[in-house]
Design a protein around this ligand. Structure first.
Ligand code: ZN
Length: 99
């Protein structure tokens, strides 16, 4: 990977980004590179932590389904077909990712 500022080869490194570790690189000129999708995911995660996420309940045959917004899928790296655990707490529930 080449530096977009000085064209030298950048050193691949784990970069600190908003108190998370992501892939990236550093150059001797001081330029830094952050993996764009990983950085975007961290920003999304931080945004979602500051607000309530509205998820709509739907139904497929006899099953009630929970429709999660795209931002939640991307921020948490959720995959279709993946199992999540539901913990009933107080008057509601919390969804826990197990991977
Ligand atoms: Zn450079």
């Amino acid at each position: 990977m080449k530096c977009d500022r000085c064209d030298k080869k950048m050193k691949i490194a784990k970069m600190r980004f908003n108190s998370h570790q992501i892939d990236g690189g550093t150059c001797s000129c001081g330029q830094r590179y952050y993996h764009p999708e990983q950085a975007e995911r961290i920003l999304l995660l931080n945004k979602l932590k500051k607000q309530d996420v509205i998820a709509k309940l739907g139904r497929i045959r006899s099953n009630l389904i929970l429709r999660l917004p795209k931002d939640v899928e991307v921020a948490l790296g959720l995959q279709e077909g993946e199992n999540v655990h539901i913990r009933v707490e107080g008057s509601g529930f919390r969804i826990v990712q197990t991977h």
